[in-house]
Ligand binder design. Structure first.
Ligand SMILES: [Zn+2]
Ligand SMILES: [Zn+2]
Length: 258
């Protein structure tokens, strides 16, 4: 057996601690897929083809060095997402706000890491907050992903139909769009001449275990169509970059579920 020099032993302990910290904070860093700039101040920093196959698409809004994240991914590739934010030249410490568009694990799994590591404020609609606060494995779909969701704190609950949050010079406009879940929200930002809509899981699926309501969903989709967004940043299927592509996408699902 080889004996480690004291210095090396310390290094080994440090290394093992670092590895276990990584495991607690979203596994080993992959970082092989680069983040994507969508338009001025808006980026994709995680997603199924970017960080973990179980992640939703995660979007970063940055203005005047203030940042907000739309969703967080499932948590398994948290470090890869943080690496992508630093690759863009941004400091994760500036993530003031994390908007959880609904309570599903693929969207909320890294929220607690962000709050603990960077003091980010976690925001969700009041209708989807109880399953997050209690760690409900079914309503959060955690059981489907083989992830144990720990109860989490929601720092601010959206109670009305709309809410506006300042991110530097930009305004993150939030709309209650129930259907997929009772507390699903969508958001949009007007930047330059573009209206960018963040519509996570507006494609469904709809299931009684999620508390889905297809009638409410139809009304929610009408609200989104009225926005006439130029860009849709979707939760699992990527980015749609013309007004027509956005309305075709939403109308396609409306006729599919008619
Ligand atoms: Zn979902
Ligand atoms: Zn999803």
């Amino acid at each position: 057996m080889r004996y480690l020099m004291p210095g090396k032993a310390e290094q080994l302990v440090y290394f093992l601690k670092a590895v276990s910290a990584l495991e607690d904070r979203g596994g080993i860093v992959k970082g092989d897929k680069k983040p994507l700039k969508i338009c001025s101040g808006i980026y994709q920093v995680a997603g199924p083809d970017m960080t973990s196959g179980q992640d939703c698409c995660v979007y970063l809004i940055c203005s005047e060095k203030e940042m907000a994240l739309i969703d967080t991914g499932c948590g398994k590739a948290y470090k890869s997402m943080i690496l992508n934010i630093t690759r863009l030249g941004f400091e994760p410490e500036k993530i003031r706000t994390v908007l959880l568009t609904h309570c599903h694990i693929d969207h909320v799994g890294a929220a607690e890491f962000l709050r603990k590591d960077y003091g980010s404020k976690i925001i969700a609609h009041e209708n989807d907050s109880p399953p997050l606060e209690s760690g409900d494995q079914i309503l959060t779909a955690a059981f489907l992903y083989g992830i144990r969701l720990k109860p989490m704190r929601i720092d601010y609950k959206i109670r009305g139909e709309t809410e506006a949050i300042e991110v530097g010079k930009l305004t993150l406009n939030i709309l209650h769009t129930p259907g997929h879940t009772p507390g699903s929200v969508s958001a949009f930002v007007d930047t330059g001449k573009l209206r960018v809509l963040f519509g996570q899981d507006i494609h469904g699926p709809f299931h009684p275990d999620f508390g889905s309501d297809i009638q409410l969903w139809r009304k929610s989709m009408q609200k989104l169509l009225k926005l006439q967004a130029d860009i849709l940043c979707e939760g699992h299927f990527g980015i749609y970059t013309t007004k027509d592509a956005v309305s075709t996408y939403i109308n396609g699902y409306l006729s599919h579920f008619s």
